[in-house]
Design a protein around this ligand. Structure first.
Ligand code: CA
Length: 236
């Protein structure tokens, strides 16, 4: 990003909105704050922000509807803010195309951490587009899609076909939280086993093969929700 990141804040609760805006200003992020879903849709069209921070409970439109609408023209990261502790709402928002979520009440540090993750995703998308690049690189991890090979620091890692598919799916969505349902659907297609326990086992073996040679955490677990591949900081 050449300019300071531009962030759209959608929140009808004034104290929370003010907290978010002040936090963004403290980091010199540019921002625009709106109170309704209608205003959010307009602002995201006219201002083309880099990131949207979206409260799910708005007076006019449902947050999930806003995500679906926005996804018809924009891939910008959407961080959902929800006071509802129910995971089902977050899962619905993630499946509709949100990238991440924050549960109220959240700390300023948490908010900033999520924004940094989203900004790394923006940067990644700007550098690599939505393109069908044949090579994926994240820190020392390399996936050669054409050859179907995975390397860490130039050393080939041997994965089972399902582990490889999982890694590719996470890589194509680096920085984004993928729900169990989405992963099960993508990897097992129509034979959806609705089988989160076996997904957990595959994820554990994938991690064991990838994270020790990387020497850092690559895949985040979101308990009851799903998984995310982190965009790793570039290393020397
Ligand atoms: Ca609200």
């Amino acid at each position: 990003m050449v300019n300071q990141p531009f962030i759209l804040v959608v929140e009808d609760d004034k104290p929370v909105r003010n907290l978010i805006v002040l936090t963004l200003e403290s980091q010199k992020y540019r921002q625009i704050a709106v109170e309704t879903g209608g205003a959010a849709v307009l602002a995201s069209l006219s201002h083309q922000p880099d990131i949207m921070i979206l409260d799910l409970g708005l007076p006019d439109l449902d947050g999930v509807e806003i995500i679906k609408k926005t996804r018809t023209w924009s891939q910008m990261p959407i961080i959902v803010v929800s006071s509802r502790s129910d995971d089902a709402d977050k899962i619905e928002a993630l499946d509709a195309g949100a990238d991440d979520y924050l549960t109220k009440p959240f700390s300023v540090d948490e908010l900033l951490a999520r924004i940094r993750v989203a900004l790394r995703r923006v940067q990644f998308m700007q550098e690599h587009g939505s393109s069908n690049e044949s090579m994926f690189e994240n820190g020392k991890l390399k996936i050669d899609f054409a050859a179907g090979c995975v390397f860490i620091a130039e050393e080939e890692i041997h994965l089972s076909p399902i582990e490889y598919k999982l890694l590719c799916l996470l890589a194509h969505n680096v920085g984004k939280v993928l729900t169990h349902n989405l992963i099960l659907k993508e990897i097992w297609q129509n034979t959806l086993p609705n089988d989160t326990p076996s997904l957990r086992v595959y994820m554990a073996t994938l991690r064991k093969k990838v994270e020790p040679p990387l020497g850092q955490k690559l895949i985040q677990t979101h308990v009851g929700i799903g998984y995310r591949m982190m965009k790793l900081e570039e290393k020397e």
